[in-house]
Ligand binder design. Structure first.
Ligand SMILES: NC(=O)c1ccc[n+]([C@@H]2O[C@H](COP(=O)([O-])OP(=O)(O)OC[C@H]3O[C@@H](n4cnc5c(N)ncnc54)[C@H](OP(=O)(O)O)[C@@H]3O)[C@@H](O)[C@H]2O)c1
Length: 262
């Protein structure tokens, strides 16, 4: 099926590695014009060469989406180069692990900035133009932790709930303008973030990394971790004009995972 993404203009934040990069790569293969953003220019250069040549434009811009001034600079760049965007993928790195009582106010506020305020700020900038143009598709990359809190990930479990509630509210306000907003909930997906989670769990439990990986894989009905491209493919459909009626949803891509052993 042609997703009709050719020359659609899409901004992907947190797009230099892992799930964000997979979203950008699938969109590039579909011929979308892309602005890919993340904090590090070095990571962005690697991502651009990883995506390689394709039919559409590929531009990069360094921005930390936990910072309002960076989001404003990113929005200016988008406006100067594309004028508007048809699609927006909101993604950033996950917060630190730790028990519910284990984080300072400062760390909580950093997480609010990265996972919640970023979503509010980016949508506040881009949704009005999408509504005016009568086309917009937005994806937020979240976590299955919003369905069932993941032990040791209280920051992610809590703040992502708030972002999900915000987006659900917004989605119902703008659906009549053909602006559709959905959240993707990745399960365990093979990226640098997952590898570092396994190292942390191994360090805390005294198990080897191999043991941790074997145990966690055995808890997944599909029999293993997800490929980031699985998420990129769903994101491409949800961002496309082929998505004519899916909005306000939180869709898990988790291989049928019920919950990990502690
Ligand atoms: N992988 C999994 O199993 C899994 C499961 C559930 C949820 N998730 C969540 O899904 C998201 C993506 O996961 P991932 O595994 O792909 O992570 P990852 O491998 O750590 O990649 C994160 C990407 O986001 C960028 N980034 C980090 N902080 C940023 C910020 N403040 N502003 C802009 N860009 C930022 C990074 O590039 P720079 O360093 O250049 O900024 C990188 O491109 C995370 O929020 C993660 O918690 C992942």
């Amino acid at each position: 099926m042609d997703l009709l993404l050719k020359n659609r203009k899409v901004l992907v934040t947190g797009g230099s590695k892992g799930i964000g990069l997979a979203c950008a790569s699938v969109l590039a293969a579909e011929g979308a014009d892309l602005i890919v953003s993340s904090r590090s220019a070095v990571n962005l250069d690697k991502a651009a060469s990883n995506i390689g040549k394709h039919g559409g434009q590929l531009l990069t811009f360094s921005a930390d989406i936990s910072r309002e001034d960076d989001i404003d600079a990113l929005a200016e760049f988008v406006t100067s180069r594309f004028g508007y965007v048809d699609g927006l993928v909101i993604n950033a790195g996950g917060p630190p692990l730790g028990p519910a009582l284990g984080h300072s106010d400062e760390v909580w506020m950093e997480t609010v900035s990265t996972l919640l305020l970023s979503v509010v700020r980016l949508t506040r900038i881009f949704v009005p133009v999408m509504s005016e143009r009568k086309f917009g598709r937005i994806i937020n990359i979240s976590s299955t932790g919003v369905k069932q809190p993941i032990p040791g990930l209280v920051l992610s479990n809590s703040i992502r709930q708030a972002a999900g509630a915000y987006l659900k509210t917004l989605s119902s306000e703008v659906a009549s303008h053909n602006v559709f907003i959905n959240t993707i909930l990745p399960g365990a997906t093979e990226t640098e973030r997952l590898a570092s989670l396994h190292e942390t769990i191994a360090g805390k439990t005294g198990k080897s990394i191999e043991e941790v990986i074997t145990e966690r894989k055995s808890a997944i009905p599909a029999g293993g971790f997800g490929d980031p491209v699985n998420i990129g493919s769903l994101a491409a459909f949800l961002l496309s004009g082929r998505n004519g009626y899916v909005t306000g949803q939180s869709i898990a891509v988790d291989g049928g995972l019920v919950n990990f052993p502690l």
